[in-house]
Design a protein around this ligand. Structure first.
Ligand SMILES: [Ca+2]
Length: 321
């Protein structure tokens, strides 16, 4: 009789596990992929005819599309910048070149400015906003293309500007860049996003640490913060395990070191791969790194299942003892 009970319990446990697997499968929606890089400028100014932009940017964009990226994020310093600078071309011409080289994305491009893109008096925000008038205007008044958000299914991407042409009070300090975050708006949109129940939140900025406001992203459970500024590739969790991941991908501007992230959101799971042209064949399709951004939180059913199976096994062990 006892033996029969054990068999019945075992079968029930197996059925429960199978049911949980079936439920998990139905939660998996079509994967959403986006590519991200930053600092796509021609940094050493040695590449003629490209007016301040990495001339290989179109090849990178081509490969992002090949890999199935539906969206392209750029974390600032799109161009070298500066009227009368080494390139002798205007900020407007450099932005136009950037748009041309990335046009294959048909408008699904979302960017924030870096210190090369907006500069007090020299490169006012109006030049950026005119060149990228296709960027959303759902943030604070006067901040079209600087602070905004876009939604893709269970995911919200928030563009949070940290480079300005003025101080927060509107004053200007020639010609030093003003590095700050519109904290009131960021707090408001993060709170709203949490309340609306988005499964994943990503924030795009320019500077590592988001101008000293990184703790806010952690506090609101942001999955990852993407940025550049440093011309390197560094992935970390600055505030510890199970907190917001920071990916510095300031490698959009050099042929030898150029690379981009491809992030895949598949239901509750978020993973990323870093692509470069490692074998020098002209295609940025070689995986140089890969990591997990977010893993699913255990559901109540999963926890119940684990608990019931462990109780069952413990009872079995007790009987054998
Ligand atoms: Ca290659």
């Amino acid at each position: 009789m006892l033996k029969k009970n054990v068999i019945v319990k075992f079968i029930l446990a197996i059925l429960l596990i199978m049911a949980i697997i079936a439920i998990s499968d139905t939660r998996v929606s079509a994967a959403f992929r986006f590519a991200m890089t930053a600092d796509t400028k021609d940094d050493d100014c040695s590449m003629s005819g490209n007016v301040g932009v990495n001339p290989y940017l179109d090849e990178m964009v081509r490969d992002m599309k090949t890999l199935g990226a539906q969206v392209f994020l750029c974390g600032g310093d799109l161009v070298h910048g500066g009227t009368g600078g080494p390139h002798g071309s205007s900020q407007t011409a450099q932005f136009a070149k950037w748009n041309e080289l990335t046009s294959a994305f048909d408008g699904a491009r979302y960017m924030v400015p870096g210190n090369r893109d907006i500069r007090p008096l020299v490169c006012p925000r109006s030049v950026w906003q005119s060149a990228f008038s296709y960027l959303p205007d759902n943030g604070p008044a006067g901040e079209q293309g600087l602070n905004y958000y876009v939604d893709f299914g269970n995911t919200r991407i928030i563009a949070s500007c940290d480079q300005w042409d003025t101080n927060p009070d509107g004053s200007t300090t020639w010609p030093t860049n003003q590095t700050w975050v519109n904290k009131d708006w960021l707090e408001e949109i993060l709170t709203q996003t949490e309340n609306e129940g988005f499964e994943h939140i990503f924030v795009l900025g320019h500077t590592p640490g988001h101008a000293g406001d990184f703790h806010r992203l952690v506090a609101h459970g942001v999955d990852a913060y993407f940025c550049g500024d440093l011309h390197s590739y560094v992935v970390s969790r600055p505030e510890g395990d199970n907190t917001t991941l920071q990916a510095i991908v300031g490698t959009g501007g050099y042929r030898s070191g150029s690379g981009f992230l491809l992030v895949e959101v598949d239901g509750p799971m978020v993973t990323a791969k870093y692509y470069k042209d490692l074998n020098g064949d002209g295609y940025f399709l070689d995986v140089a790194d890969s990591f997990v951004i977010t893993v699913p939180e255990p559901t109540t059913l999963t926890l119940l299942s684990i608990t019931s199976v462990s109780i069952f096994l413990r009872r079995r062990r007790q009987k054998h003892n």
